[in-house]
Design a protein around this ligand. Sequence first.
Ligand SMILES: [Zn+2]
Length: 333
Amino acid sequence: MHTAEELLKLQPVVMKQLQMIFEKDRVGHAYIFEGGKGTGTEEMMLFFVQLLLCENPKNNVPCGTCRSCQRIKSGNHPNFHQVYPEGQFIKVDAIEKLLNEMSKTGLEAGRKIYVIHSAERLNVKSANTLLKFLEEPEGIVTAIFVTQNINAILPTIRSRCQHIKFREIQRDVMVKTLVDSGITQSMAATVSMMTSDLEEAFSLAKDDAFALSRKTVLKLVEATFKNVHEAMLVVHEDWLPLFKEREQVEMALDLLLFAFRDIVAVKANPEAMCTYPDLVPTWKDAALHTTFNKLSAQLQAILNARKQLQSNMNKTLMMEQLMLNLQEGKSFV
Ligand SMILES: [Zn+2]
């Protein structure tokens, strides 16, 4: 569970929006929380639910220790219900069960909250079953529909909800969060280029295989600065034995692309934020001995290699061709 400070850093706009709704006592009937993977929709939903049900909130933050907060954390608050898809859809049975739970008398007084996860998976029948309750709930009820894509939610549901839009996590926020949890600055900078999902970034940063991939790619980049023979040697001795599966090669080519992008960035602005901050002195030196035209051709050569990979070109041949192209600074299409 994230703290209020962490959530504020991850999603400042949403956090303030929700706290304002609570403070002004303008809590609506229904919300759609829309955000991509890793943007914190689940964490924010739990925060909001706790805030709405907390017995002792302070400064628009739930106390975290009252009976209500504790029951939400342990997943057994009688006024809080969650529905998940089963297989491809949210089945009508699940909605009927929810409505049954929500209409039970003897619940605690006060607000009742239900959350529909992956709400785009409500089919027409399930949505219709829910619709009347959504429009005319009994008592004080708040619904939260969580989704990665609001446009995939049925219009009948969508039109009755307030839209809370979660932004992609900013790269500098992600780097800082990773560094604060003990990841090195250089690794944090690299993984933040590979994904915008904080959890995924964190596990990538702690993955030994990824660290080896990063090292191997950088070894190849430095070899290309020397001559094509050195580069071919690294390709055969390090690169090809390590990157065998297509997804691995794709990731390695991305890492390679980011290295050349760093050189472009440093050449344009010595203070630029790099994917490999630990290599900035090397990039600065490389930038002095090259031109934007050559760098642009090198980036294009890597992108072409990625395309050839998709058309199932032989991987050894593809890499040898790429080494020649990087050396020449030409791109053979
Ligand atoms: Zn509380």
